[in-house]
Design a protein around this ligand. Structure first.
Ligand SMILES: [Zn+2]
Length: 305
């Protein structure tokens, strides 16, 4: 049995909101078993917004949530860090609508969680194990989950840009692989889109400190952290958006040219298709286990005779 976990102690950081450009205080606080991941707006009467598909709102360039008109935005990098480091239950306090963008990756959040430490709680973790494929496609954008004994992600992207004609990566997600291979990958944007975003009052906090900016032929930043940092960041976004199902997923996620809108639509579809998964207490648990138990139970009265 895997125990549910929370952060060992309260911890805070300060950053800026990508879109507002405003300073934001973020605090992670321990929470009890079966509490889940909930945002709390300290500037709005501590109103809570649970990180679930039911509260999805305003998917544009990032993933937003809202409950009773109280919003939290740009949640995906923090959610990806929490679920990948194995934090099931936590209170995330914010004094502004946006989760701070930090350096555009999940690495600062991993650092924060590791600094706080993680502790087990006296309750079993439940995993959402895929037993039949679930898929969505919209034109050439696709996303699907297939049965697997582990959580794996295959992502491929292609953009009309010399650096991004095609990138693809498959990775089994464990805490270590996430921390080393995925968390440091930064968000990216195209220079031609930056002006448009600014005119619409978005990305006011955006800079080369928190995003890779792609010019006509290359990147404006000094260096990439990985040669295929772009597709790694898409994997990071998908993990964060998938966290909204409320359980760690055991299955092989395969996505092509998807984005937040498709990721989150897919997260909602997973919960709707309840015949395609089951909740288990161990990732290795298979359908054969309850079947064997059922056979044994059926045989028991005869054996007793
Ligand atoms: Zn992202």
């Amino acid at each position: 049995m895997d125990a549910q976990r929370t952060v060992r102690r309260q911890i805070s950081c300060v950053g800026i909101g990508l879109h507002s450009g405003n300073k934001v205080n973020l605090t992670l606080k321990p929470a009890p078993a079966d509490f889940g991941i909930r945002f709390r707006r300290t500037d709005l009467g501590h109103h809570e917004v649970p990180a679930t598909v039911d509260n999805l709102a305003g998917i544009q360039l990032a993933t937003g949530l809202a409950s009773n008109e109280v919003a939290v935005e740009t949640v995906e990098h923090l959610l990806a860090a929490l679920v990948s480091v194995g934090v099931d239950n936590v209170i995330i306090e914010l004094n502004s609508p946006e989760v701070p963008i930090m350096d555009g990756s999940a690495a600062p959040f991993v650092y924060l969680i590791h600094e706080a430490g993680v502790k087990p709680l006296p309750a079993a973790r439940k995993f959402l194990k895929i037993v039949r494929p679930i898929a969505i496609s919209r034109g050439d954008k696709r996303i699907a989950l297939y049965p697997s004994d582990h959580f794996k992600v295959t992502y491929s992207i292609s953009y009309d840009h010399p650096l991004l004609r095609h990138q693809s990566r498959t990775i089994r997600i464990t805490e270590d692989s996430f921390v080393d291979e995925i968390a440091p990958a930064r968000t990216f944007t195209f220079l031609k889109d930056v002006e448009m975003l600014r005119q619409n009052g978005l990305a006011l906090g955006g800079s080369l400190d928190n995003a890779i900016v792609l010019g006509e032929t290359g990147v404006l930043n000094n260096a990439l952290r990985f040669e295929d940092e772009f597709v790694r960041h898409k994997i990071l976004d998908a993990i964060g958006d998938l966290a909204l199902v409320g359980y760690p997923v055991i299955g092989h996620l395969v996505a092509h040219r998807a984005g937040h809108a498709l990721h989150t639509e897919f997260a909602a579809k997973i919960l709707d298709e309840s015949q395609s998964w089951k909740l288990v207490e161990s990732p290795a648990e298979t359908l054969a286990v309850p079947l064997a138990a059922a056979v044994k139970a059926a045989a028991a009265p005869r054996l007793a005779n």
